[in-house]
Design a protein around this ligand. Structure first.
Ligand SMILES: NC(=O)c1ccc[n+]([C@@H]2O[C@H](COP(=O)([O-])OP(=O)(O)OC[C@H]3O[C@@H](n4cnc5c(N)ncnc54)[C@H](OP(=O)(O)O)[C@@H]3O)[C@@H](O)[C@H]2O)c1
Length: 455
């Protein structure tokens, strides 16, 4: 199988695509064919051995234990070990390999009782891959802070992979949320539900006498004195991320112990751990439409060094996804034979052909579109939404504003509606009912979408 392998610590260029042996599941493991994975802060830190203590985990002079990075994924179970009872071949799953890494490959083995679950019905593989690193971390630290409804919570670094989940989860727990991010991300953070946003390039979140119950710093840049000043008595300062230098880590730990023991403020840090049931909890929120992922960029496995460079720069929005080059057609779930076992076991399962259509290299194929009458609609900045019949394949351009993308979703609701950030495409998938025009949405303008395949 193909995998991104590194055999020395260093810059993104140390990553090489190699053919390695396909793993074989043990009795209690499943073998997952990975369709999508992410590059997270954990990956580039491990690649560089930053912080230095990563070397104690993975080899002092070079990576020994882990040579394939990748902490989260979504894919299809290819085979299961003898004693596996929770999954079977063909199940579409999402999961995390945690500090075992190994997801930047075509296949990975996981224990059936590991961080693994059936993919949410309303998520594609790429969305499913981008849940657990940020979601579990945000949930762990919000729970440690004993977040309660009505509390004022400041999420510093609200636009990163931990931040986007922290904002949504804090809102779910009933908090009044202020998100701190740069100008470019203000709309995004608002769209995640933040009650207020602070642009850190223009404003100091601790200014104007603002006081919070919890200051939740996902990136370790909120600053000790500003954060402590902005906390009410008995408040909680959560430090999820931080600088990689050993001296800074030790300094932060000592300072946290000192502040917690000499004042009413509680300082929380350390490593996130999945609490039993976290994956099911996150999945239920996703399926209820209360939690979503944010995907910034997509890369192929061959472009993984580029993806690492982008992520390491520290300004991604939500997640960066790596799409594996499998043939998604072989994983379509449109036939009853394929879905029957899952239905018999009482699981909800729907056809999921979006990955197939959405794959950057494949999206122009237009699977399922045969012919047709067509119409178009215009929503705000979305210049063209092209609806092909039958099967309503909808494509919009220029959907850069989240409000407009939401409006398109409203017009054509359902889990199989997507909005592409990269070029503003919105795609509705074959099988979705044709969206009905609603008053005021500007439906009816006929447009030709150049380059769109006609069959
Ligand atoms: N303790 C744990 O168990 C644990 C778990 C998960 C992650 N982490 C650590 O937490 C950190 C964050 O992880 P992540 O995955 O969320 O990172 P990330 O996705 O790479 O964070 C990127 C975001 O950080 C924001 N940012 C950068 N500089 C900022 C600043 N000065 N002020 C405010 N926001 C700023 C960026 O927004 P702009 O572009 O707007 O600047 C960007 O959206 C990493 O260091 C990671 O290693 C720790």
């Amino acid at each position: 199988m193909k995998a991104a392998v590194y055999t020395r610590y260093g810059p993104p260029e140390v990553l090489e695509i190699k053919d390695v042996e396909k793993p074989v599941p043990r009795d209690s493991e499943v073998l997952v064919r990975i369709h999508a994975t992410t590059v997270s802060a954990g990956d580039w830190r491990m690649r560089k051995a930053d912080p230095f203590i990563a070397r104690f985990m993975n080899g002092l002079w070079g990576p020994r234990k882990v040579q394939i990075l990748g902490m989260e994924f979504a894919g299809t179970i290819e085979s299961v070990g003898k004693s596996v009872t929770r999954f079977e071949a063909g199940d579409q799953v999402f999961g995390s390999t945690g500090f075992k890494f190994g997801a930047h490959a075509e296949y990975a083995c996981l224990a059936e009782d590991g961080l693994l679950a059936i993919k949410p019905v309303n998520m594609t593989f790429e969305e499913g891959a981008a849940v657990l690193f940020g979601g579990v971390s945000a949930l762990h630290f919000l729970r440690k802070a004993k977040i309660q409804a009505g509390q004022k919570v400041l999420i510093y670094g609200a636009s990163g992979s931990v931040g986007v989940f922290a904002v949504q989860l804090a809102k779910h727990f009933g908090a009044h949320v202020t998100g701190v991010c740069s100008t470019a991300n203000l709309d995004l953070v608002k769209s995640l539900g933040a009650d207020e946003v602070v642009d850190y390039t223009k404003e100091d979140f601790s200014g104007a006498g603002r006081i919070y119950d919890v200051v939740f710093d996902t990136v370790g840049k909120s600053g000790w004195s500003r954060s402590l000043k902005a906390l009410k008595r008995g408040g909680c300062y959560v430090r999820v991320g931080g600088a990689g230098r050993l001296s800074s880590i030790l300094g932060d730990i000592l300072r946290g112990i000192w502040v917690s023991s000499t004042s009413a403020t509680k300082v929380i840090g350390g490593m996130a751990r999945e609490g039993g049931g976290d994956v099911a909890f996150l999945k239920a929120l996703i399926e209820a439409g209360k939690l979503r992922t944010v995907i910034d960029r997509r890369y192929s496995l061959e472009q993984i060094a580029e993806a690492h460079g982008y992520v390491e720069a520290g300004h991604k929005k939500g997640h960066v996804v790596i799409l594996l080059e499998h043939d998604y057609r072989s994983h379509r779930r449109t036939g009853s034979a394929d879905t029957a076992p899952a239905v018999a076991r009482g699981r909800r399962r729907g056809p999921d052909v979006r990955d197939e259509v959405c794959h950057p290299d494949r999206r122009t194929r237009g699977h399922g579109v045969r012919d047709a009458g067509r119409c178009a609609l215009r929503v705000g900045d979305c210049r063209v939404v092209d609806v092909l019949q039958p099967g309503a394949l909808v494509r919009a351009r220029g959907c850069h504003r989240s409000d407009d993308r939401r409006a398109v979703r409203d017009i054509a609701p359902g889990p199989r509606v997507d909005c592409w950030r990269r070029d503003g495409d919105v795609v509705l998938f074959p099988g979705d009912p044709r969206p009905e025009p609603r008053p005021g949405c500007g439906f009816g303008e006929l447009q030709t979408f150049e380059g769109w395949p006609r069959r």
